[in-house]
Design a protein around this ligand. Structure first.
Ligand code: ARG
Length: 635
């Protein structure tokens, strides 16, 4: 029976002693190889050796599990001689089974059974917790008061990755990051750009948490401006308190469209709207009261939709929340710094030197503008939260706007301006219902749900076995929408394609869910004949020598690479990094079903295979949750 390898390993600057125990198996085995290199070649530093141990190619051209290019150590001896020296000195250890040289390269094979046992038991001892169990385990900025910020509780039933779970790491420990995302405009359509910001932003927030950061999720609503004057005038004519309470977003949009139509032939509507907005800016109680009602009820409705998407916010901020005093003081500071000039009564910042054009920061009539609120708002956020990094998830149409206000903050001398980051993305073409009518995200989600429901109904027998087809079809539909978006690079535009995204074939959301459901069912279907012992006992009770097929090895190696994938994704901030991993894992699993059979096998073989499938389910589930998806257990 395989036993877990001992921990005779040294610590390195990249893996300090206190992290050794929780270090992913793959890193530990690489560290063992690095230690051997250093013992043999004392001139090489342990960290350099560790960096030099790379995962080998799999498949036909495979050399070994780890490959080391000796030239990278820049030693006096010729690289080929260095390689030979390593081979001559090698003796098997609990971590490494063999070594071979090919020219200037050496490759190691790891002790398969010890490695498998460690990978699988690390995965299995990972647990999830729900927000109800321990809300404090989910990272939030230390002293943020959740009650006064309009924060959501994470959706009930949502399982969050435990901070130390398999695949997570502590590289961001002690650092605060604000992720601003979604940020729709009240009374205007929630368009494809907002959908992309919502799901990409939520992913980026999860990803930072998985990498050990404390994350604050912020929604910066478009909730100030003359459109509220128009709304107020419109509400007098077309408003209904009942409708407003039922679905503020749809109702306000309706009112907005109607009154704008009236405004085309009746300019007095615009005059009244402007008057109303002036009152709002002046703090008039009635005007602000009405505005606040519109805002509050819209947020109620937004929260429903976000919860449906498995997404939540810690703070509902917005343009209205940036104080006039902050805007005024930002402008004053700007005027003092000599980077603004007056032009026809307006104030502009000239950024042509930086190839960022000129931009108005105060209009002729003295009202503040979008960019000024962003400048002042960023400073307010720094004062309040002292973030180490702040990410704005906004469509690439606003590249110039973000570059401009980042530059202005930099020129104003704020050292934290350098920590601001814009995560952008391309456009979606043709996001509408199949009849071509949608303006609202909900219509898209409902339609997607309907399509998935139709697909499910086609298999009568299976359909009858589903507990809650409404729930299941909704989750499938949402997965389809998200995965279509996540599958490509952020910056690429893509076309919204109903047929493709809702198919169970190809790299789609339904395909991922199907793979997870099938993995979940293996455990159910093989009970009570084959039942896994508790997670902590599996390594000693299960003989991984029975996982000798190449398919099994491929899957374990993939599972062992997941922690690296999570780290790599933090560099790219691409959902596709995680998505691609999830697809690779699903492909490997779907080609394993025929050879790695559980049912009817000798108990020992059945247990080993079941352990592999359950571990694969855990890792696939983690990857899906990181992508904001809710993995299904049945469909
Ligand atoms: N509400 C804006 C829009 O819909 C997006 C806000 C982006 N964030 C920001 N800090 N400017 O266009």
């Amino acid at each position: 029976m395989a036993s877990l390898p001992p921990f005779p390993l040294p610590s390195t600057p990249s893996i300090p002693a206190e992290h050794l125990e929780s270090t992913p198996a793959l890193d530990l085995f690489k560290l063992a190889a690095a230690q051997f290199i250093v013992d043999t070649l004392p001139e090489v530093a342990l960290d350099k050796a560790f960096e030099g141990v790379e995962s080998g190619k799999t498949g036909k051209n495979a050399l070994g599990d780890f490959v080391v290019a000796c030239p990278r150590f820049r030693l006096k001896a010729k690289p080929n001689e260095v390689a030979d020296k390593l081979v001559a000195a090698f003796k098997p250890t609990p971590y490494l089974a063999s070594i071979s040289a090919a020219g200037a390269f050496v490759s190691f094979n790891l002790q398969t059974e010890a490695f498998f046992a460690l990978v699988l038991s690390q995965i299995n001892t990972q647990t999830y917790l729900t927000p109800d169990e321990d809300h404090s385990a989910i990272s939030h900025f230390a002293n943020l008061s959740l009650s006064d910020s309009g924060a959501d509780k994470p959706p009930a039933g949502l399982k969050l990755l435990k901070k130390n779970g398999y695949g997570t790491n502590k590289s961001g420990k002690g650092k605060n990051v604000i992720v601003e995302f979604s940020s729709p405009n009240i009374a205007k359509p929630f368009h494809a750009g907002h959908l992309r910001s919502t799901i990409i932003g939520a992913f980026i927030a999860n990803l930072h948490e998985a990498n050990g950061y404390d994350v604050l999720r912020m929604n910066y609503l478009g909730d100030w401006g003359k459109q509220f004057g128009i709304l107020a005038v419109g509400f007098e004519r077309y408003g209904s308190e009942e409708e407003l309470a039922r679905d503020a977003i749809t109702h306000l949009y309706d009112v907005y469209v109607k009154i704008n139509r009236d405004g085309e032939s009746d300019p007095s509507i615009h005059d009244r709207a402007r008057e109303f907005f002036v009152k709002m800016e002046a703090g008039d109680e009635a005007a602000v009261g009405l505005w606040k009602k519109f805002r509050d009820l819209s947020i109620v409705k937004y929260k429903d939709t976000y919860a449906r998407l498995n997404i939540f916010f810690d703070v509902y901020s917005g343009e209205s929340q940036v104080s006039q005093a902050s805007c005024a003081s930002a402008l004053e500071q700007l005027q003092g710094s000599g980077i603004v000039e007056e032009s026809n009564g307006a104030l502009i910042v000239d950024l042509t030197k930086y190839k960022l054009e000129k931009t108005v920061v105060r209009k002729k009539d003295g009202t503040s503008v979008y960019i000024t609120r962003d400048i002042a708002g960023a400073a307010e956020r720094f004062d309040k939260y002292h973030f180490d990094k702040m990410i704005y998830v906004v469509a690439s149409q606003q590249d110039l706007h973000l570059a401009q206000f980042f530059k202005v903050l930099d020129l104003m001398g704020y050292p934290w301006a350098k920590t601001l980051q814009h995560v952008n993305f391309g456009m979606v073409q043709g996001m509408s219902t199949r009849k071509g009518t949608a303006v609202f995200l909900e219509d898209i989600l409902n339609e997607s749900k309907g399509v998935m429901h139709d697909v499910m109904r086609k298999n009568e027998a299976k359909y009858a076995a589903i507990d809650d087809p409404e729930f299941t079809s909704d989750k499938l539909g949402i997965t389809a929408v998200k995965v279509q978006d996540f599958a490509g690079k952020r910056i690429n535009n893509y076309e919204f394609k109903w047929e493709r995204m809702t198919s169970f074939e190809g790299d789609t959301g339904p395909y991922l869910q199907y793979a997870h459901v099938r993995l979940s069912s293996v455990e159910r279907k093989n009970a009570p004949e084959v039942v896994l012992p508790p997670p902590a006992e599996r390594a000693t009770a299960i003989n991984v020598a029975h996982l000798s097929e190449p398919k099994a090895r491929e899957i374990v190696l993939l599972l062992s690479s997941y922690p690296d994938v999570v780290r790599a994704a933090l560099k790219s901030l691409e959902p596709a990094t995680i998505c691609t991993f999830a697809f690779r894992l699903c492909h490997a699993i779907s080609s394993a079903w025929e050879t790695l059979i559980v049912r009817g096998q000798p108990q020992e073989v059945a247990l080993a295979r079941l352990w592999l499938y359950v571990s694969a389910k855990d890792v696939l589930g983690s990857a899906m949750r990181l992508l904001t998806l809710e993995p299904l257990d049945r469909m």
